[in-house]
Write a protein that binds this ligand. Sequence first.
Ligand code: ADP
Length: 241
Amino acid sequence: MIKIQGIKKSFGQLQVLKGIDLEIGKGEVVSIVGPSGAGKTTLLQIIGTLDRPDSGTVAIDGIDTSSMSTRKLAEFRNRHIGFVFQFHQLLPEFTAIENIMIPAYIAGRSTKDAKARATELLEFMGLSDRAGHKPNELSGGEKQRVAVARALVNNPAVILADEPSGSLDSKNKQELHQLFFNLRDKFGQTFVIVTHDEQLAAITDRTIKMRDGMVISISDSDKSEPAAGPDRDSMQEQNSD
Ligand code: ADP
């Protein structure tokens, strides 16, 4: 689903990515970990086509994004990639359901279609009764779940998340992590998650460790059932053994 070859990126004199090669399969939930400044966010932004590499290629679902025009990239991104950030970045003047519908509008979908999809997602997230609430009327965990629903509204193949649970307390954190796996199991999305959260990294399918602009290791989680493991709590226990 994601194929990255030879990605290099510098900001001024600082080489932040020193040649990254990675392949991530459809439906994988992968975490990227490593110390601050390792280049994780830069890599995620490049995968998400929010930034361009100095050299190397990124292909999403077989489509090479490296040579696309800026306008084409924006369209591609809105349809194929969903983003979840540490802070929800919902628009305060719109309700939960309206926030979720915005990327669908941008993609040119009808109000009816956008609303049906947003309603389905809210229901899946257990937030149906919050549809008409504005962000300031939602809890932190609810806001973040609305942000995840917004990322999913166009049914993108790939969801990229940068410290998605970084601003949440431990209960909401666990719920959000569980949600990622539930979504993958239901909709088949590929998740790439930059995180400092060791508990989350431990339950993802693979953990990519970065340091100093390079991938220094890729470890498979030792669970035996790749996609169909609904019981993440017991998995977490296995992994912490
Ligand atoms: P991480 O996510 O692993 O903490 P980042 O990818 O955010 O690392 O940053 C890697 C390095 O690149 C840091 O030293 C950071 O200061 C620098 N950096 C990131 N973005 C920019 C930018 N737009 N301009 C200049 N330096 C940047």
